[in-house]
Design a protein around this ligand. Structure first.
Ligand SMILES: [Zn+2]
Length: 149
């Protein structure tokens, strides 16, 4: 499996340094590469109401979507752990929504070393719903439909 490129690792490390983790001190950074080649980073953001906490991987994917992209082609996750850090189950499901089964996920230890696996290996029995209409690929807004008044 391909080693992560330095740009993806640098973005994830920078995001990790910006993590908001005052309760766990478990800081995580993630970076995803969009089909455009652009990189989107995310960090974990905790909340005093723990259920509102969101992982770095999901925040990175949501930044990609907010920027108008829909496809993740590569992912990197890094914490401050001595072992490679895998995405949690919730993040695996979100990655599977926006990444092809063959998209590579790099799970890194604190040094940036680790292992890389395809999304399909992380979440082999992915939950999918049939989309009601084709997914929009860009940030364009659709014209509002006029209904009866
Ligand atoms: Zn997660």
């Amino acid at each position: 499996m391909a080693a992560p490129k330095d740009d993806l690792l640098a973005a994830a490390r920078q995001a990790r340094d910006r993590a908001y983790a005052p309760y766990s001190a478990f800081r995580v950074g993630a970076a995803v590469r969009g089909a455009s080649g652009r990189i989107y980073a995310g960090c974990n953001v905790e909340n005093a109401s723990f259920g509102l906490t969101c992982c770095a991987e999901r925040n990175a994917v949501f930044a990609l979507v907010a920027a108008g992209e829909r496809e993740v082609t590569e992912v990197l996750v890094i914490g401050d752990t001595p072992e490679a850090l895998p995405p949690c189950g919730a993040c695996r499901q979100v990655l599977a929504e926006f990444a092809a089964p063959s998209a590579v996920v790099h799970m890194c230890d604190r040094t940036g070393a680790g292992r890389s696996v395809p999304v399909a290996e992380l979440l082999p029995h992915v939950f999918r719903l049939k989309k009601a209409r084709p997914a929009r690929t860009g940030a364009r807004r659709e014209a509002p439909t006029k209904g009866p008044r």
